[in-house]
Design a protein around this ligand. Structure first.
Ligand code: NDP
Ligand code: BG6
Length: 536
């Protein structure tokens, strides 16, 4: 089977040009758990140029060998998950190098790094088509249809560092490490992009002194998830969804993020940011913009990225500031026991449910409820589009007809299902809620699908911008959340306590129902299993 993506990428010029990836903050958690494993997946799938090197940079003194030994366990885990052989893994590690400096603006260290990159680029030759190892990208070594020629050497910098050193690292790269001769210099910047509107503007202005938008790829990894990327096709490639997709038929929209663990050693970061900044202002809001936006002119091709981002910004501009009355805050019991949470009286929320509105003609009056929490009962992220009650159903049937609901489950186990009322099988004539569903593993056998970071790093190399947050999106999203965040912090609004492993503060169901979303507690998604007789 030939994967369209491998065939397409194999014909792109960048794929025949030498590439250096520099991971800034290579010693950190994100680099080890996400950045390097994603690079390994791309390498193993034949999606990186043949002439590639990956250079890590951080402040800790290490040799290449020590650095590789530190990475190996993380890469081995990926190798098992993705079916990568040891030879491929070791081949990748040989392409990984490490450099360290005194700080993230140590110009001498960046000059040495530049020397190493230049040395590699000088000896890198015209690459043959890469050998493909076929991982999740299902390829069979497609031959390029034309013969692309390398034009230049490209450089990709991945900022896996805390935001307080973004600007220093940016200055050092600008002064010492920019690509020359027409090659690209692209920079992946991780969240958080500031902690409120002013700090976001400061960061943006500081980075803009050195880089324009074409250099910067602000990553929100939720935009790389399969089901989030699926939203464009689902919405605009199906005539029946688009017709239902508005205030005429939709009663409420619920976007949920749940995690079964707490701060787990990331309390230093989390306590300063809280769940609203960590999840709602970026991941859930980004998904919301894709759910709400008007159709873009193009989804793919050269204009696709900007068309989509323009439509997303238009949505954000129509969301009013959130009021504190439209918010339920919680904190799990035992939050202060994490030694990395130093403020033992911290009121930082670890759970939030927020109601917002999107004042466009399509969505006017429909409540959008964003709910996220740590240390809850399960890991789950999903979008629920709840439709209005079936008209006059209460007069026709002697028992209630629950609302239809389209559920797009982002994780775990991607699925789309429409909660649909059917007749209870057998002698009964009562309605019962069942589903029309697409379960991705059963339907597409997608267990080895590329993860979000893998897709997004490939998009950066390909210059595809749709999956990245543009500067104006960022500004608009901070405008929506900043007044609420400032109020919560100024007034030290006490969060409601909830026990670890529960669904969060118990009041939430009542509030969410008052906001317009009706939960059918009777319904359980059976995911292909047979419904027990007791439920019928
Ligand atoms: P880490 O705290 O692990 O920091 C990364 C590296 O940066 C460290 O190894 C350290 O390297 C250096 N560093 C840490 N603190 C400082 C400091 N105060 N000043 C200068 N350098 C420092 O961060 P993560 O890897 O967890 O995250 C990196 C970035 O990615 C952050 O912006 C984070 O918000 C974001 N992110 C992380 C996620 C995750 O799951 N970890 C998820 C989403 C975003 P050394 O001391 O060797 O120089
Ligand atoms: C990160 C947050 O952005 O997303 C973390 O900082 C959170 O707190 C993580 O755990 C969740 O990502 P995923 O892909 O596991 O849902």
């Amino acid at each position: 089977m030939t994967s369209p993506i491998t065939a397409v990428v194999s014909n792109e010029d960048w794929h025949y040009s030498p590439l250096t990836v520099v991971v800034i903050g290579a010693s950190g958690d994100l680099a080890k758990k996400k950045t390097y494993p994603s690079l390994l997946s791309l390498y193993a799938g034949g999606l990186l140029p043949k002439e590639v090197q990956v250079r890590g940079y951080a402040r800790s003194a290490k040799t290449n060998e020590q650095f590789r030994d530190g990475l190996r366990p993380y890469l081995e885990k990926t190798a098992v998950e993705k079916g990568v052989g040891t030879e491929v893994l070791e081949g990748f590690l040989e392409k990984c190098f490490y450099a360290y400096g005194g700080s993230y603006d140590d110009l001498e260290a960046f000059e040495r790094l530049e020397g190493e990159i230049r040395g590699f680029e000088a000896q890198a030759s015209i690459a043959d088509p890469p050998i493909l190892f076929n991982l999740g990208f299902e390829s069979s070594n497609p031959k390029p249809t034309s013969s692309p020629t390398p034009k230049c050497c490209n450089r990709l910098f991945y900022f896996a560092i805390p935001a307080n050193v973004f600007v220093s690292a940016g200055n050092a790269i600008k002064s010492k490490c920019m690509s020359t001769g027409g090659g690209f210099t692209r920079i992946i910047v991780e969240k958080p992009f500031g902690h409120d509107l002013d700090s976001c503007n400061e960061l943006t202005q500081a980075l803009a002194k050195n880089f324009d938008e074409s250099h910067l790829y602000r990553i929100d990894h939720y935009l790389g998830k399969e089901m989030v990327q699926n939203l464009m096709i689902m919405r605009f490639g199906n005539v029946w969804f688009e017709r239902l997709w508005s205030r005429t038929d939709v009663a409420a929209v619920l976007l949920t993020f749940k995690e079964p663990f707490g701060t787990d050693g990331r309390g230093g970061y989390f306590d300063k940011y809280g769940i609203i900044r960590d999840i709602l202002q970026n991941h859930l809001l980004q998904v919301l913009t894709l759910v709400c936006m008007e159709p873009p002119g193009k989804v793919d091709g050269e204009d696709g990225g900007e068309d989509i981002r323009n439509c997303k910004v238009n949505v954000l501009k129509c969301i009013p500031e959130i009021k504190v009355e439209d918010c339920v805050l919680g904190q799990y019991e035992g939050y202060h026991d994490d030694p990395t949470v130093t403020d033992k009286s911290s009121t930082t929320p670890t759970f939030a449910a927020i109601r917002m509105f999107v004042n466009t003609p399509r969505w006017h009056g429909v409540p959008f409820i964003l709910k996220a929490g740590k240390a809850l009962d399960e890991r789950k992220a999903e979008v629920r589009i709840q439709f209005k009650d079936a008209p006059a159903a209460e007069f026709m049937f002697s028992s209630p007809c629950p609302r239809n609901e389209l559920v797009i489950r982002l994780q775990p186990r991607e699925a789309i299902y429409m909660k649909t009322n059917v007749k209870t099988p057998g002698f009964s004539s009562q309605p019962i809620q069942s589903e029309l569903e697409v379960d991705y593993i059963s339907r597409f056998n997608n267990e080895h699908a590329p993860d979000a970071y893998t897709r997004l790093i490939l998009d950066v190399l390909r210059g595809r911008t749709a999956g990245f947050v543009r500067n104006d999106e960022l500004v608009e999203s901070w405008k929506i959340f900043t007044p609420l965040l400032h109020k919560i912090e100024k007034d030290r609004i006490p969060p409601l306590r909830y026990e670890k492993g529960t669904r969060g503060p118990s009041v939430q169901d009542e509030v969410v129902e008052k906001w317009g979303y009706v939960r059918n507690a009777e319904y359980v998604y059976y995911n292909g299993k047979v419904l027990p007789k007791s439920k019928i």
